[in-house]
Design a protein around this ligand. Structure first.
Ligand SMILES: Nc1nc2nc(S)n(CCO)c2c(=O)[nH]1
Length: 158
């Protein structure tokens, strides 16, 4: 059995509703159990800042799926909820990113684990550390809590 952490975000429409529907779809999969969920956080957009505030959260799952099959399920949730990818960094009704899969490092063409920017993003680290306070980064073998201290825009997560 595998343990994975998934970051969810939404900044269009009924944001909380989309997050809840995404979790319900994952939970209804016979090989995915949602074991922990963080609070909902109101967050300032990073990257492309000319867009609405996000709601972000992180869930912990237990799954017998492979990383690639889990990625496929996450992309299918986005399709099921009607996500349209207008442009890479633009607004979205729902976004799911696999952050960690066990303590594994995966470098595939369509899948990088740990998520390559997770240690730079307060909107990811703060909800992740809520559900897994002592989690470590598999590549750096260091607590992810130490990376949060280095991020300047923590106030952008409420
Ligand atoms: N606060 C915040 N900013 C973001 N910029 C992008 S792109 N995204 C989409 C996830 O990469 C987000 C997000 O989920 N939250």
């Amino acid at each position: 059995m595998n343990t994975a952490y998934i970051s969810l975000g939404s900044n269009m429409g009924d944001r909380a509703g989309y997050l809840e529907k995404a979790i319900n779809i994952l939970s209804s999969h016979g090989k995915i159990e949602v074991t922990k969920r963080s609070s909902l956080y109101e967050t300032d957009p990073v990257g492309f800042t000319e867009q609405d505030q996000f709601l972000n959260m992180v869930i912990e799952i237990r799954t017998s799926l492979s990383p690639e099959t889990l990625l496929h399920q996450c992309l299918q949730v986005e399709i099921d909820l009607g996500r349209e990818r207008e442009f890479k960094w633009g607004p979205r009704i729902i976004d799911l990113d696999i952050l960690l899969f066990n303590h594994e490092t995966i470098e595939a063409e369509n899948l990088l684990i740990p998520h390559p920017r997770m240690q730079e993003r307060a909107f990811v680290l703060i909800p992740l550390l809520e559900v897994a306070p002592s989690i470590e980064h598999p590549s750096f073998n260091a607590p992810l809590a130490e990376f949060l201290d280095e991020i300047p825009d923590k106030e952008g997560v409420r």
